[in-house]
Design a protein around this ligand. Structure first.
Ligand code: NOJ
Ligand code: CA
Length: 561
């Protein structure tokens, strides 16, 4: 199977993948029923978004009990069955590890709430509130939560507040406490002992917080405390300890770190093999293109970006990680992002073309490729009305946009429609049957009406489908050392629309040429014209290589010497 650099990962967000019992909610038996489909893509690894017991305030990222399966998804027997069946098919399972916070229903937190002297109090981050001139009790500092509003919740039984950097029921753990760390390590051992391959680690670069919890930014209004929580030296230390005490005790544990706003230096420092921390990490710069400094709902740049900006970001990360000796997990979609054709491509006339080119991009970059359920059939964003929103982030930020940013309702609605995570969470479109074949019951969330023509069944029958393009691409990637681990060499870097690069290892050289724009473009490849390139996989016609090539909107081509 090769090592982590050779893997191809399929991400499942279980709630919206496939419902097996008609309750409208995707589940483990649903996944088991689709293993043949997943296998047919050519992937060898599944990452499951959280399937643990949860109150669903953040759909599984708020964990009540890390040793129990969410009963909506099934039982531990179902999980064991999934693990064994997939293993027999040559597919390994990666679980989500949420170690920055537990839910407020977790037994540690319930104990912590009982009194200020509870031994569990120190498992979390409690702090005395501040009094203003009127003697009103206010949160200890101005930290803003990632989902809007103060990051502090009042303890009902004291004058203290507890830190919740995400939803108000996701309580940040105190990683300074050795017992917390041991508790997390034990959870990891439990699942590794069961035979899972490894973990995708949720916001792993924010587990440490600056001592004393100083005010964020200028300290006046609510502000996100990037400088006090992102990739502090202590976070690196904790991950190193986790490696030493857990990961290194097992053979070849797959690890991918997720971290908001990771810098290049940090990503390299987390993933260089000699650091003994993580195997790879995601970066989000590409996903935040066109957003203001406060993140995805910061609309102040109007979500405007140019192909050249996207291209420069990709080149920056590709060359920077290669130079720095780290390793990336590459993805264009996940459960937190709008659908990739809608965000980076075109979800109208050029949907098929742009879906293929984006796939070509993701699978030929240096790093381990991840694909998210539905992208292999070119699923798009969905028109969602307020009553269709299911995500706390959308619902809360809608309010915050109006109250804090003074945005009129219609504009606030537009911002949410543009960026909500709900787009990624509409049910997987299996067929044109009722509810896209996702459930026989009432789906927990709106099904995109375009399932009448965007669905797996149709894609399977279609010639030149997006789906068959993915399968070919995955096969090519798997059989090529150059595409997996070779170096990335950008060419024609000044080109405003076309991203071109070589992937090289030993005798093997590939050339990838992608028009990132929705208009005609021209690639200038004089610099590499000495190579004898032959087309391997193209999104339009397989045209011969030329030192100067005209490209159609979103056209992508893969050549090989
Ligand atoms: C990142 C996860 O991907 C996202 O879904 C979640 O809301 C936050 N971390 C908090 O756990
Ligand atoms: Ca179900």
């Amino acid at each position: 199977m090769g090592n982590f650099k050779h893997r191809i990962v399929y991400q499942i967000w279980p709630r919206s993948f496939k419902d097996s019992n008609g309750d409208g909610i995707g589940d483990l038996q649903g996944i088991i029923g689709k293993l043949d489909y997943i296998k047919s893509l050519g992937v060898d690894t599944i990452w499951l978004s959280p399937i643990y017991a949860t109150g669903n305030k953040d759909y599984g990222y708020d964990i009540d009990d890390y040793y129990k399966i969410n009963p909506e998804f099934g039982s531990m027997e179902d999980f064991d069955e999934l693990l064994h069946k997939s293993k027999n098919m040559g597919i390994d399972i990666v679980m989500d590890l949420v170690a920055n916070h537990t839910s407020d229903q977790h037994s540690w937190f319930q104990e912590a709430l009982k009194s200020k002297d509870s031994p569990y109090r120190n498992y979390y981050i409690f702090k005395q509130g501040k009094r203003n001139k009127k003697r009103e009790l206010l949160p200890p500092n101005n930290w803003l939560s990632a989902f809007g509003g103060s990051a502090w919740q009042k303890d009902p039984n004291s004058d203290e507040f507890y830190l919740t950097l995400f939803t108000p029921n996701q309580c940040d753990l105190n990683w300074k406490n050795e017992k917390v760390r041991e508790g997390i390590y034990e959870i990891m051992r439990f699942w590794l002992d069961k035979g899972i391959l490894g973990f995708r680690m949720d916001v792993i670069n924010t587990i440490a917080k600056k001592d004393g919890l100083p005010p964020a930014g200028k300290g006046k209004k609510l502000d996100f405390p990037f400088e006090h929580i992102v990739s502090l030296p202590k976070s690196h230390e904790y991950v190193k300890e986790m490696h030493e005490k857990v990961l290194s005790q097992y053979e070849d544990v797959f690890t991918v770190g997720e971290g908001m706003v990771t810098s290049l230096e940090d990503l390299n420092a987390y993933t260089r093999p000699e650091e003994k921390k993580l195997q790879m990490m995601f970066q989000f710069d590409v996903h935040l293109i066109g957003c203001g400094p406060l993140g995805k709902f910061d609309f102040r740049k109007g979500y405007r970006w140019t192909p050249k900006e996207l291209k420069d970001l990709i080149i920056h990360w590709q060359t920077g990680v290669e130079k720095g000796g780290g390793w990336l997990g590459n993805f264009l979609s996940n459960h937190d992002q709008p659908r990739q054709v809608s965000r980076f491509g075109h979800d109208g006339a050029f949907r098929r073309k742009s879906a293929k080119s984006l796939a070509l991009l993701n699978f030929t970059l240096r790093g381990t490729p991840f694909l998210y359920q539905g992208e292999e059939i070119g699923m798009t964003n969905c028109h969602l009305k307020e009553e269709d929103w299911r995500d706390f982030e959308a619902i809360n930020d809608y309010r915050v946009l109006q109250e804090m940013m003074h945005l009129p309702k219609p504009l606030a609605r537009k911002v949410i429609q543009k960026m909500t995570r709900d787009h990624a969470r509409t049910p997987m479109q299996w067929s044109e049957e009722k509810n896209a074949g996702f459930t026989t019951g009432t789906p927990w969330m709106k099904v995109n009406p375009n399932c009448s023509y965007i669905n797996v069944e149709k894609e399977m029958k279609r010639e030149n489908s997006i789906l068959s393009f993915y399968k070919k691409l995955i096969e090519i990637r798997k059989s090529s050392e150059a595409l997996s681990t070779g170096s990335f060499v950008p060419v024609d870097t000044e080109n405003k629309k076309v991203l071109s690069y070589l992937r090289q290892k030993g005798e093997d050289t590939y050339l990838i040429v992608i028009n990132l724009s929705g208009s005609l473009a021209e690639a200038n490849l004089m610099d590499v014209s000495a190579y004898n390139f032959k087309p391997v996989l193209c999104t339009y016609d397989a045209l011969p290589f030329m030192p100067s090539m005209k490209l159609q909107p979103y056209e992508g081509r893969l050549y090989k010497v």
